[in-house]
Design a protein around this ligand. Structure first.
Ligand code: G4P
Ligand code: NA
Ligand code: NA
Length: 191
């Protein structure tokens, strides 16, 4: 997605050789018009599928997921990282391993909001090591729902996530694919 790549080149900051800071339009301040077009792009790519629900993980996945849900005219559910006081015991829980902190964190979704009849599209802001995707996939399997695809805003092709998703043969669309960073500059992957 040309407009997203241009935004990454203009506003993204490369940190620690493998992290792209995009706080000014995705992870803190949100560019609503860009998010709208991101939702439209995911819709164009997956619209032939009978999607009934968009799934993501709080917090940075919510903005692109909601815009995608708007185009599909379906609800958006975000997995919570911390159990809310209003969440009863009827929840699906999955582990999400953090490579940076070397700990397992839990994500959860209420059983009220994911049924076996659901056809799911996962949307997330980043694909790095694929642990968020693995956790959501686990929950979708627990619910006996059907996963139809994964929409990623920014993929880093040099980390483990892409390979993991491809092994499971789940259709995936990444709107920007980063092959690496060189001297603080973003290098996009060839399509
Ligand atoms: P994974 O889900 O692909 O395994 O991601 P990983 O564990 O490597 O990363 C954990 C967190 O870091 C996730 O956000 C993920 O979106 C984010 N992340 C990964 N790579 C980058 C990057 O290059 N730039 C930025 N800005 N974020 C990255 P999170 O902890 O779930 O936080 P939230 O922002 O969704 O609240
Ligand atoms: Na995320
Ligand atoms: Na994030």
């Amino acid at each position: 997605m040309k407009e997203l790549e241009d935004k990454i080149l203009e506003k993204g900051q490369v940190l620690n050789h493998d992290v792209l800071k995009v706080d000014s339009f995705l992870n803190h301040q949100v560019d609503s018009q860009l998010m709208y077009k991101i939702g439209q792009n995911f819709y164009e790519y997956f619209k032939a599928q009978p999607i009934t629900k968009i799934l993501t993980v709080e917090s940075s996945g919510i903005a692109p997921a909601v815009m995608t849900g708007l185009f599909f005219q379906v609800p958006v559910v975000f997995a919570r990282k911390h159990r809310s006081v209003t969440m009863n015991s009827d929840i699906f829980v999955a582990d999400v391993y953090s490579f940076t902190k070397k700990v397992n964190n839990k994500i959860s979704i209420s059983k009220n909001f994911l049924q076996s009849s659901d056809n799911v599209l996962i949307v997330d802001d980043f694909l790095a090591n694929g642990q968020a995707i693995a956790g959501l996939t686990d929950i979708i399997n627990q619910a006996e729902a059907t996963l139809y695809g994964i929409g990623i805003v920014i993929e880093k092709t040099f980390q483990k996530g892409r390979q993991m998703v491809e092994q499971q043969q789940i259709p995936i669309k990444s709107l920007a694919r980063i092959a690496g960073f060189q001297n603080g500059q973003v290098i996009f992957a060839e399509e």
